[in-house]
Design a protein around this ligand. Sequence first.
Ligand SMILES: [Zn+2]
Length: 295
Amino acid sequence: MNNNRRQLLASACALALLSPLGARAADKVNVTASFSILGDLVRVVGGPRVALTTLVGPDQDAHGFEPQAAHAKALLQSQLLVTNGLDFEHWIHKLAKAAGFKGKTLVASKGIKPLQVGRQTDPHAWQNPQNVMVYVQNIADSLGQLDPAGAETYQANAKAYIQELVALDLWAQEQLAPIPATKRKVICSHDAFGYLGAYYKITFLAPQGVSTEAEPSARQVALLIRQIKREKIKAVFVENMADPKLLAQLSQDAGVSIGADLYSDALSGPDKPGATYLQMMRHNVTQLAAGMRLN
Ligand SMILES: [Zn+2]
């Protein structure tokens, strides 16, 4: 071994000892995101400095998720856990405890104004791009605290992405602007689009509440079918991560056909049109506008 190489190794060891991140400091920041949409945001902000694990993957339902031993193991190796909060992942505390997780936790929705649906908080805040600007800034701040050497990079990545969110928002407003108020009604399986609806002025009607874990009563379904018929609603959609059976029955009973999949609580796989947050939002808005035009 030559002197240069020996010196290099020695300084690498010293760095590892001094760093609060231990031996992994020279490598990557290990982050776990609770579900696919947050995973995409962490990937955008963190870039190659971050090694990312996502617990609930594409097309999977985070509401009724049941973590396995492998999820606990992945979490234990992470320095940061990024969650949505707003009681979306109510299994996360149990998982963190079971795993003996000692890292930091970021609630990415910190600072947004939550919507209430009855007595429940609506967790689906990412459906409004304005809220995602807050998520992304929170992620950049949190990563910068863990990895100060990357802080500037994280801030720059967040800033660039927020510009893309601004463009997305303007584009969505343009797409929806021609649709008259009387036609702005959509049926989907669970109440996942409250934030999108409140922001873009669309009424979403769903047999299931803000969680897929709640089963709708026969009476709720019958009332919704009456409303679909009375108001001649044709915009009916299923969600990629929800059980389509309920909506298939409902659309049959109401005599309406179902539109394309919407991406509500999960991204799609890489071969489908909702593989990133930006793609998923553009797909959803395009489909919603097309569906509402039929109303
Ligand atoms: Zn949901």
